[in-house]
Design a binder for this molecule. Sequence first.
Ligand SMILES: C[S@@+](CC[C@H](N)C(=O)[O-])C[C@H]1O[C@@H](n2cnc3c(N)ncnc32)[C@H](O)[C@@H]1O
Length: 241
Amino acid sequence: MNRASLEKHPDDVARMFDDVAPRYDLVNDVLSAGQVRYWRRIVVDAVGARRGQRVLDLAAGTGTSSEPYADAGVDVVAADFSPGMLEVGRRRRPDITFVQADAMALPFGDDEFDATTISYGLRNINDPKQALREMLRVTKPGGTLVIAEFSRPTFAPFRTLYTEYLMRAIPPIARAVSSNPDSYVYLAESIRAWPDQEELAAWLTATGWSDVRYRNLTGGIVAVHRATKPAVEPAAGTATS
Ligand SMILES: C[S@@+](CC[C@H](N)C(=O)[O-])C[C@H]1O[C@@H](n2cnc3c(N)ncnc32)[C@H](O)[C@@H]1O
């Protein structure tokens, strides 16, 4: 069984997700006690995509995060680098365009997407700031980025309880339901090592995104960050009416 380390070597991460793919969605539901469905609805609202618009769902895995866009008539591209996750996704939703792609070197042109979104993927990427720069490149000026990621519960006593849950409860639950229980040790460790809400917001600003804001869900277990790609400034001397 494969389990990535906190160094997040891309081959190890991809192999680990290949292994969890068959029961990935079931385990999410169990470990989050169904909360993941509520978190997904908030993300879709924050993206706010309309029929006919083009959305990149990066690190889309089995495509569960991409489905609501396809159902709403949005032209969604589900991109991921794990062949195992993509295979499950293509089988489940043959109507969605799945693309094998590395978030750090996207196979898309500049300014292609009205919005880019990534759910529970950024934390797993070897160089997340490079991925944020790639997302900026492929998003249209004025377009939106929405990130859902595990974060830091804001209320200290709740944070302590949650940390206990991550380190002690998740591994035995994962042993009961997952096809690769070891990977859920990585899940707990990677959540603990991940930057908090403010630090991720600072990364977004540093990589060129503007209007950065975030919203805490379930006490800050998850944060949804939203940002905009700066619109192109009119060239100096261009007349406006
Ligand atoms: C926790 S899953 C999230 C899947 C989906 N977005 C969801 O909400 O269920 C994380 C995904 O990130 C993908 N991933 C990690 N690093 C990546 C990279 N560098 N490029 C593309 N995908 C990557 C993994 O293959 C995995 O499918």
